[in-house]
Design a protein around this ligand. Sequence first.
Ligand code: SAM
Length: 272
Amino acid sequence: MNIAQALALRGEVESYERQENAWLLEHITKIDSFDLVMKKDQELSSEQEQAYVDGLARIAAGEPLAYVTGSQPFWTLDLTVTQDTLVPRPDTEVLIETVLKLDLPDDAKLVDLGTGTGAIALSLASERPNWSVTATDIYEPTLEVALHNAEKHDLTEVKFFLGSWFGALNRQYFDVIVSNPPYIDVDDIHMQNLASEPERALVAGGRGLADIEHIIQQGKKWLATQGWIVLEHGYDQAEAVQNIFKGAGFKEVRTVKDYGGNDRVTLGQWQN
Ligand SMILES: C[S@@+](CC[C@H](N)C(=O)[O-])C[C@H]1O[C@@H](n2cnc3c(N)ncnc32)[C@H](O)[C@@H]1O
């Protein structure tokens, strides 16, 4: 099988499936996307062909491409991804942009609760080397992937702790608490398409709001004066999340949309 035949194995011309085929083939052959087009007639070795067909079968069975290739680009970083981690989503980059626009001290203290691959903590640490960045997760194998990603990108000053939300931390005050917590209701129809990713990363009680509410209510005790909580949430949860922030006494509560025009990130400031 040559490269052109491999690319045509799945999907219509110019479809997303064809793009995924190209990414998978790039990963297996180590030929970059430009050269892939120029080398259409090049034959795949039998090992490459087998790896490609096996990869397509895993994708057809519902696995994200990132689990097959083992990595996912996020912000400026190439992050290692395993079946113990959520695949970082492009929409989460809106949270990074939102935090970078806040008026914060040069040596701000930030914690990322439920860090997964480390996507949020490591992106912010890479942009703000003077910040003190901490990251937590409840699941040790997940935290090991985040630690690996920190070493991979030479961001070894980021501190990692295992535990449930604030229970992972020693007593201290943060200028910013960020999180992309689980926020999908267990009965949500979208869960059908997310079956390959860990349920602990996705599902929360209280119609998807239980972890968000916990972080906001408990977070007050962990914030410096004028500190912020910045949270990712579902496209239809902005009003509920704003109400939780306001009910808890936060000011400057507002929601930011993602690149698809959906409400995605809500933040509030603790002024007491
Ligand atoms: C939606 S994923 C987000 C991962 C990563 N921050 C990202 O944006 O790609 C939620 C993460 O929260 C972690 N998590 C779930 N429950 C937790 C808890 N009680 N305490 C800390 N982390 C938790 C999961 O293991 C998972 O890594």
